[in-house]
Design a protein around this ligand. Structure first.
Ligand code: SAM
Ligand code: FES
Length: 354
């Protein structure tokens, strides 16, 4: 057995890797195939073959922030701004429910129009449909997070983007890394299922900082982790950056995440499919167990352009649901008809084995 094989086998059994070991696995291309196969086995043992679907509702592309990588940043005057009304958000959630989704993810730029009161009202109404609500609306005060939780939101996605503090504060001007980390801590303390994640391939990012990202997620510990390849948007300061390594590196981050946090939810992100026609399926075979198909009306989808080449711009919510189900079934997996809380699979599995 080679040293790499030994390291991966040990990680598969103990779910522990040191910073140095993570760096080795991230940087050695010979680890790739072994790593993806090991992550797939750990995924099967800890979260099963079911794939959880989350219906994504992109409800506003207004944003008060100016992240250098993001297509809907404040200073992108070419972005055609839109904002769904609370009624339209509710209608979209109803559509998601009709299509069989158990969870909706409400995502937007940091749009001050949606005050805490407005958000809470939207959450309460969607909650009445029996859906689990995930929010992905950025940095808020602890009081606001508490109010959303009280109104019925159960999950929150907030990527740390990178644990390299200097890089983060350079690429997210006006934002503070420790503030973002504090938000994650607040969310955890308030009883949310917390999702975080990294953008992979940012200029200046190193294997060392990616290893630190993984250790940061383990230390929180997160309930979900979304790893997205960075794809440069032409109307941002990072236009023209290469994406040559981003797909494989993101896949490796996902696989390592599965090895060290065996039972969390890991989405096969949409951006993966922008870089590779089978991107989400390959991710599902390398550790991922969640897909977030878009339920937003096609009129708005292309305006929520975080990066170019976004998939499914012409397909409506019904087509997206059917398409992804077909792809999942084709690799011998199935849609899981459960809310998909962290640890749910192992709990049910142990119970039925008794
Ligand atoms: N405003 C919320 C927040 O800050 O968490 C949610 C919306 S934000 C646009 C969602 C995620 O999009 C970010 O966390 C970031 O990782 C990702 N993103 C932004 N620009 C991207 C790009 N150029 N390529 C890939 N992903 C990108
Ligand atoms: Fe939308 Fe395939 S997932 S068309």
């Amino acid at each position: 057995m080679s040293a790499l094989e030994k390291l991966i086998t040990q990680a598969e059994q103990t779910h522990r890797l040191t910073r140095e070991e993570l760096i080795t696995l991230l940087t050695d291309p010979q680890a790739d195939t072994l790593l993806f196969a090991a992550a797939d086995r750990v995924r099967k043992a800890n979260v099963g073959d079911g794939v959880y679907l989350r219906g994504l509702i992109e409800f506003s592309n207004y944003c008060k922030n100016n992240c250098c990588y993001c297509g809907i940043r404040r200073d992108n005057s070419h972005a055609e701004r839109y904002r769904l009304t609370p009624q339209e958000i509710l209608q979209t959630a109803r559509l998601a429910q009709t299509l069989g989704y158990k969870t909706v993810v409400l995502q937007s730029g940091e749009d001050p129009w949606f005050t805490a009161d407005k958000m809470c009202e939207i959450i309460r109404q969607i909650k009445q449909l029996g859906l689990v609500i995930t929010l992905s609306i950025g940095e808020k005060t602890r009081e606001e997070y508490a109010a959303y939780r009280q109104a019925g939101a159960q999950r929150y996605l907030l990527r740390i983007e990178t644990t390299d503090v200097n890089l983060y504060e350079k690429l997210d001007p006006g934002m503070r890394w420790h503030q973002r980390a504090k938000c994650l801590q607040d969310l955890k303390e308030l009883g949310y299922e917390v999702g975080s994640g990294s953008l992979v391939g940012l200029p200046g990012q190193t294997a060392e900082s990616l290893a630190d990202d993984l250790l940061f997620f383990k230390q929180i510990p997160v309930d979900m982790a979304g790893i997205g390849p960075f794809i440069p948007h032409p109307q941002t300061p990072l236009k023209g950056e290469s994406t040559a390594w981003h797909f494989t590196l993101s896949l490796k981050m996902m696989a390592l995440m599965r090895l060290i946090l065996p039972d969390i939810n890991i989405p096969a992100t949409t951006a993966m499919e922008t870089l590779h026609p089978q991107g989400r399926i390959i991710a599902l075979q390398s550790g991922a167990n969640v897909v977030m198909p878009n339920v937003t009306d096609v009129r708005w989808r292309k305006r929520y352009a975080l990066y170019p080449g976004k998939i499914c711009l012409g397909e409506d919510a019904t087509q997206c649901r059917g398409c992804i189900e077909g792809k999942i079934n084709a690799i011998g997996r199935h849609i899981a008809h459960a809310p998909g809380f962290h640890g749910e699979y192992l709990k049910t599995h142990k119970k039925s084995a008794r």
